[in-house]
Design a protein around this ligand. Structure first.
Ligand code: HEM
Length: 132
């Protein structure tokens, strides 16, 4: 067999310019699922455990926690945590459905990716307005 029968593969193009990469909406939902999962593990869980501990330790620490939550920065952090929970939950349900081959074609997967982003943002807005 000559090399002409089995030519070496052409070098594949490599796009490492993150600004040039145009992710489809399902790809953005997927990246946000990873970001929100990491944020839940690294920030939300420790912060929520600290808050539960402070709220139960004594009436004084509960009052201090309540006062701290009145600060806009604390409210913004809480809204970020709420978004991470909601996005991760909605995207998680989408992945579980896709694992069951529900909506795993290109067009429905793009639609459900957009829906996950929109629904989690809308729910975050509702919770955020009540929190503020
Ligand atoms: C404190 C709660 C949670 C934490 C810290 C967490 C964290 C994570 C992390 C770090 C990943 C890996 C993401 C990646 O590397 O792409 C992940 C994946 C996943 N999570 Fe969660 N998660 C939580 C709750 C949930 C819930 C409630 C659901 C169900 C709705 C869920 C569904 C999933 C699914 C389906 C995947 C796999 C996605 C895939 O196939 O790529 N998670 N989670």
């Amino acid at each position: 067999m000559s090399v002409l029968d089995n030519p070496p593969p052409r070098p594949r193009p490599v796009y490492l310019n993150l600004v040039a990469i145009r992710l489809p909406i399902a790809g953005i939902a997927s990246i946000l699922h990873r970001v929100s999962g990491a944020a839940l593990f690294l920030f939300a869980l420790p912060l929520m455990l600290l808050a539960v501990q402070a709220s139960l330790a004594s009436p004084e620490s509960f009052a201090a926690l309540k006062a701290a939550f009145a600060h806009p920065l604390a409210k913004l952090t809480a809204i970020g945590v709420v978004w991470a929970c909601l996005h991760h939950f909605c995207a998680g349900i989408r992945y579980l459905l896709i694992d069951l081959h529900v909506g795993d074609d290109l067009a429905p997967a793009q639609r459900s990716g957009a829906m996950v982003i929109a629904v989690s943002l809308a729910l975050t807005l509702i919770v955020g307005l009540r929190l503020w």
